[in-house]
Design a protein around this ligand. Structure first.
Ligand code: F6R
Length: 604
């Protein structure tokens, strides 16, 4: 997602800001910009696309001596990735960069427009700078005006703000999005969204906590916490290893991405939930006019999330839904009717087979929708409509957080269609929306859970295979668990519907066959349990994942008790991801770059 940098000092500020942004490229972005306050004058440059475009634009821009500056890489959420929407956003005498989403920006913008303020962009961020300037006019104290502005904002943010009325200072705030500060013995000050831009520049860094805000100059660092108490920053030495800094201390990107799921799902939800309805500003209600059926098409993990959606769409949105693996669909001369909404799902938006099916559907005159993680990808450009999953860049080849955000989007889309079609009572929509709000908590990794899985993993390094089994939506999750394991451990694993075992696969059961059983308390528990008992009776080694104790299991991983099976789904998703991760680490494999696999499959 977006990246932020800031600098106060007398060195080459343009280079420091742009080099810093380059180190944040891995987070993903579609435009970038910098603003520098030097000698009482602002210079600001923005460019769409890669940083090379910004470098080109700034090639004749040079500063001398002391300057203050901020920079930003933007991953579009509100408004297209255009130059006007790129940060920094400039007011009459101040500018701002922001990472996150201001949820009440529509109301704030309305008030500012009524006051005669002119907006240049479609972003939520621009309200911050105009609100600050309005407050500054009435309060006449930049810090107090900044504080008042923060009190008026709702949502998640990391903000840097620079103003001419305090021209040696950067004002900052962190609430939900990451940010840290660095310093060195030359009294230079650096801000960034992660450690890496500061490596080679700062000696020491201090990480802000949620709710921290304040102002910084070369001479003082003033920080207040969420209770408005002044606090002393705790600085620690900065690691000089860039790759490990990008991993934020985790052993592998995949591990980091599993831990990040709570944050990225919060991003997926931002601005999309009301009490009794789901908002997808990006969708035109007419998309569903004349639609009687949904066809889903995808590959790999994205196929598994789509398979989950088939259960939700039919159960709650009451719309006929079918699904197909893209590589099969494209060559079997399928019948396509215009009352079908064709939906493709893709993390990358570039998978060749999926892209081809999208083109086929368009050619056949069907309405098309893509659920995708990468804005401006080929699929996003081809489809009629797009919902972005907002998982941020996924580096581990084995997909984790992309899957989690896809499922989140599908659950929301189910309720969006249910509301349009009036297929379930509003009270049920309200109930499910309150469950959706709990997903970020359900996917938080607890130390004790991770520790337990780490210990258990040593018993699952051999054997002749794994069966992941589940019923209903836990069947696609079983498929996904098996795929994760085989991708990174190279052990043979299969996902099966629990009820299907007795139709053949159970012949493999013996102590060297490991069954990973998904046993949700709130969905067909008794039926799924008896399927596991059949395997246990044939001496398969059973690892049960459930909120309810299960005495027939050899190993048991307890998830938290949840109100609903969909929250159990998210809890179990984390367990199967961690189990694969720990098995793979014990086997000494390269978790992030497993053999024979590529992150984006752009060939058939
Ligand atoms: C598995 C994995 C792959 C992808 C598949 C489709 O961990 O990452 O199975 O899900 O190659 O890729 P996208 O979603 O980019 O279309």
């Amino acid at each position: 997602m977006c990246g932020i940098v800031g600098y106060i000092g007398s060195n080459n500020i343009k280079k420091i800001l742009i080099d810093g942004l380059k180190e944040l490229e891995y987070r993903g972005y579609d435009s970038a910009g910098i603003a520098v306050l030097n000698d009482g004058k602002f210079d600001s440059y923005k460019a769409t696309g890669k940083l090379i475009n910004l470098e080109e634009k700034t090639k004749d821009f040079h500063t001398k001596g002391f300057a203050v500056g901020i920079g930003h890489t933007r991953w579009a959420t509100h408004g297209k990735p255009t130059e006007l929407n790129a940060h920094p956003h400039i007011g009459e005498s101040s500018c701002v960069v922001h990472n996150g989403i201001i949820e009440n920006y529509v109301a704030l913008k309305k008030e500012l427009l009524a006051d005669g303020v002119t907006f240049l962009s479609q972003t939520d961020t621009e309200v911050i700078v105009h609100l600050f300037e309005k407050n500054l006019k009435s309060i006449n104290n930049p810090f107090e005006a900044f504080k008042k502005t923060l009190n008026q904002l709702e949502g998640a943010y990391a903000i840097l703000l620079v103003t001419k009325s305090e021209d040696k200072t950067i004002f900052f705030a962190k609430h939900g999005s990451p940010m840290l500060i660095g310093k060195n013995s030359d009294k230079e000050i650096f801000f960034a969204s992660s450690d890496t831009p500061l490596i080679g520049y700062a000696d020491e860094v201090s990480y802000f906590e949620d709710g921290d805000y304040g102002f910084v100059s070369s001479d003082e660092i003033i920080i207040f916490n969420q209770n408005n108490e002044k606090i002393e920053p705790i600085f620690s030495k900065l690691s000089q290893n860039k790759l490990s800094a990008q991993k934020d201390g985790y052993r592998f990107f995949m591990e980091k991405e599993i831990y990040e799921q709570s944050i990225v799902i919060s991003d997926t939800l931002l601005g999309r939930l009301k009490d009794d309805e789901i908002l997808f500003d990006e969708l035109d209600d007419s998309l569903f006019d004349g639609i009687n059926e949904i066809k889903l098409c995808a590959c790999g993990t994205s196929y598994h999330s789509a398979l989950t959606a088939t259960y939700l769409f039919e159960r709650y949105a009451k719309i006929k839904t079918s699904i197909e693996v893209a590589s099969e669909f494209r060559y079997r001369k399928p019948i396509m009717t215009k009352d079908t909404l064709f939906v493709v799902i893709s993390q990358s938006g570039e998978t060749a087979d999926t892209l081809e099916t999208l083109k086929m559907a368009k050619k056949a005159g069907l309405k098309t929708l893509v659920i995708c993680n990468v804005d401006n990808s080929s699929m996003v450009r081809v489809a009629d409509a797009c919902i972005l999953t907002r998982a941020g860049v996924e580096k581990g080849v084995a997909s984790t957080k992309a899957f989690a955000t896809q499922i989140t989007v599908f659950w929301m889309l189910t309720l969006f269609i249910a509301k349009l079609k009036n297929s379930i009572p509003t009270t049920e929509i309200t109930r499910q929306i309150s469950l959706i709000r709990q997903i970020p908590t359900s996917v938080k990794v607890s130390d004790s859970m991770h520790e337990r899985i780490k210990r258990l993993s040593k018993r699952y390094l051999h054997g002749h295979g794994f069966f992941f089994i589940g019923r209903d939506v836990f069947f696609p999750l079983a498929l996904e668990g098996a795929l994760k394991l085989k991708e990174i451990s190279y052990l043979h694993a299969e996902g099966y519907p629990s009820g299907e075992m007795k139709h053949g696969p159970i012949a493999l059961a013996d102590p060297e066959l490991f069954t990973i059983a998904l046993l949700p308390e709130h969905l067909h528990y008794e039926k799924a349990k008896s399927n596991v008992e059949e395997l246990s009776a044939r001496d398969s080694t059973i690892c049960a994942i459930s909120a309810l104790e299960f005495d027939k299991a050899d190993d048991f991983i307890k998830i938290n008790s949840c109100e609903d099976y969909m929250l159990e789904f998210f809890e179990m998703m984390v367990v199967v991801q961690l189990l694969s991760l720990e098995i793979s680490i014990r086997l000494g494999n390269d978790v992030d770059m497993p053999r024979n696999l590529a992150k984006s499959v752009t060939v058939e």
